[in-house]
Design a protein around this ligand. Sequence first.
Ligand code: PAF
Length: 274
Amino acid sequence: MQIISAIADLRSALKGRGRVVFVPTMGNLHAGHISLMEQARAHGDTVVASIFVNRLQFGPNEDFDKYPRTFQADCDKLAAAGVNVLFAPTEADLYPEPQEYTVEPPAIQNILDGEFRPGHFRGVATVVLKLFNIVQPQAAVFGKKDYQQLMVIRNMTRQLALPIDIIGGETVRAEDGLALSSRNGYLSEAERAEAPRLYRLLNEIRTAILSGETDSVRLENEAIAALTAAGWKTDYVAVRQQSDLSMPKGVNAPLVVLAASRLGSTRLIDNIEI
Ligand code: PAF
């Protein structure tokens, strides 16, 4: 696996490499990321991963400084997963001057996670567009665990006519159902034992809706109450349309249940499609 940090070096390394599939990450890789790399391998000739902890998508009181950085272990995992090229720029490589031109996503950036993380999706869309321009892939893989992020990137790619296929990768879970996430490492032993409750509650909502329940607001409120009783602080539990994350309207429109809740100081997000 080639490891490259300079934009010009990456561009020359990728000349004549066939169909390039790109998997951007912020490092601290786990089995969920590795499954995205495997999907990428199935979709092209050359797999490019990136590791870059993007300051632009963190709020002033968020975990940018303490975000886990495990570069050597990440390189070993990526090489073992058959990644061909790792792009690992420094902040000076990617942001040599203040990033004043940014991508402003539409209203979707202000709902759900965006309501609680102002500016987050602007930061994500900006770095992803910049990475797309640098790597110029034919396809890119993003995990469904960050459902709203995947939608922002899909919509940006379509509306800006970027010639890139966006592939959504399924969420990988621990045996007890907890979605794998770099932030799970912040959980204490007791919090880790409690954490699967979030997925269990999402599943209960899914089962209720599949059995004909139509009062999604009641289901959301019951889940929030169950989380509160178990010591969580919830930002949202929301049943939404898969197509645009708006409130459920039609009887047959595919739905998704999304949640973000805090256990101690760790904010966990998860979702399940219905
Ligand atoms: O999902 C992530 O890890 C990040 O948001 C991404 C897409 C790499 C952009 O920094």
